[in-house]
Design a protein around this ligand. Structure first.
Ligand code: PHB
Length: 391
């Protein structure tokens, strides 16, 4: 209820009180400060840009305001460097006093953000990084993810590869949380279906010296290879796999990041590859077509999974702010609104699980020309197990 203001003096007193208490009047008058912590350099640079573009597209579609609040952005390039992550996130929380953290791409950096958000109570929306811990042991009322857990695409692909009749698989990935957990999800379902992982190959992130490992794969001669690579590293891996002559003899499967946002650069080396992901640029639905058209108009670029996740991070914020009338401090009401929401995503509408990770269809996609064509649903409404999450 807005009290009636009878005299100029009363109005002044009311405004002063609201400013002092940081009450709703003050909260809604000021801009909401968003801390974008994303990679703008390094192997994941293009992913960071796509996420920011997607986020801004949704905000622009709402006339620049969410929950009645205008937004203001502060940006940090996290360089996908976990060693700098604590300093970077603390800059945003303590120096810039952001109301909301949006980030990031790299799981190692996201874990530092998750811890800082949990400790400080700052709202965090993760628009990519699949670190299982963030929606597992670190899960919290103020932490949400608009993307996936690393386990999800891997688990879905393990079932696909087993159904194709492959028995012996080599995995290859970067040695950090995303690679380990993607392979972990794959291994869980693939071995449950009777398959065997004959070798787990890794190299440090973000190295791209694949030659020795490809030689090893050639000598092992597995039935198939499963991989997690993304961004610049994915471009090089797909090209090197083809150039080594392996693509013709040992089928390559991957989490969909392998071929998302990368097809222009990979060219013919990617043709025909099968991957699993919660998105496909070829999804022919009115919602996805409208999103793709809006993005292409705004940025003169085609969107990818990262752009879509940025867009949905803004939708998550919008839903929470609408329920709290723009007051980000009302964390319980903010979370309650999201726990019962269906988010109208270009990927298809989805809900958040109890651990605040999307419960979503994981599509089977095939590269056809410059498109990840959706050829089926590998796993319907797949929920991350949220192991260790207690809210
Ligand atoms: C991650 O580090 O969690 C990660 C990075 C890039 C991707 C997917 C996951 O494309």
């Amino acid at each position: 209820m807005t009290p009636k203001i009878r005299t100029p003096l009363a109005a002044l007193a009311l405004a002063a009180a609201a400013a002092l208490t940081g009450g709703p009047a003050a909260a809604q008058a000021s801009k909401l400060k968003i801390g974008l912590m994303l990679p703008y350099t390094g192997t994941y640079a293009a992913l960071g840009v796509a996420i920011e573009n997607g986020f801004r597209l949704y905000v622009d579609e709402q006339g620049g305001k969410l929950g009645g609040r205008e937004l203001e952005f502060v940006k940090v390039d996290d360089e996908s460097d976990p060693a700098k992550a604590v300093d970077n996130v603390n800059k945003l929380i303590k120096r810039d006093n952001v109301d909301v953290l949006v980030g990031t791409v790299h799981s190692g950096v996201a874990m530092a953000m998750g811890k800082a958000a949990k400790d400080s109570g700052t709202m965090l929306i993760v628009p990519n990084a699949g670190a299982v811990a963030v929606t597992g042991p670190m899960c919290a009322k103020n932490i949400f993810r608009s993307s996936f857990s690393n386990w999800q695409p891997g688990y879905a692909m393990g079932e696909v590869v087993a159904k194709k009749g492959h028995k012996k698989v080599v995995t290859i990935t970067w040695k950090y949380a995303a690679g380990d957990e993607s392979v972990g999800g794959f291994k869980e379902s693939f071995t449950k279906a009777g398959g065997q992982i004959v070798k787990e190959l890794t190299l440090p992130f973000p190295n791209v010296e694949f030659q020795a490992l490809l030689t090893e794969i050639a000598s092992i001669k597995p039935d198939a290879v499963y991989t997690f690579f993304a961004g610049g590293g994915a471009v090089k891996f797909v090209k090197d796999y083809d150039a080594a002559g392996l693509k013709k003899t040992i089928p390559l499967y991957g989490a969909g990041f392998l071929t998302d946002g990368t097809l222009e650069a990979q060219g013919a080396a990617a043709e025909g590859l099968l991957t699993t992901l919660h998105y496909g640029d070829g999804l022919d639905t009115p919602r996805n077509n409208a999103f793709r058209l809006g993005y292409a108009k705004a940025y003169k670029l085609q969107p990818d999974v990262y752009a879509m996740q940025g867009y949905d991070a803004a939708q998550i914020l919008a839903i929470g702010l609408k329920a709290t009338k723009g007051d980000i401090a009302k964390k319980t009401e903010f979370a309650a609104a999201l726990e019962k929401a269906r988010i109208d995503s270009p990927r298809g509408a989805f809900a958040l699980g109890k651990n605040h990770n999307p419960v979503q269809d994981i599509y089977l996609r095939q590269v056809v020309g410059k498109e990840n064509k959706v050829i089926g649903v590998a796993s319907k409404q797949l929920a991350d197990p949220g192991r260790g999450c207690k809210m």
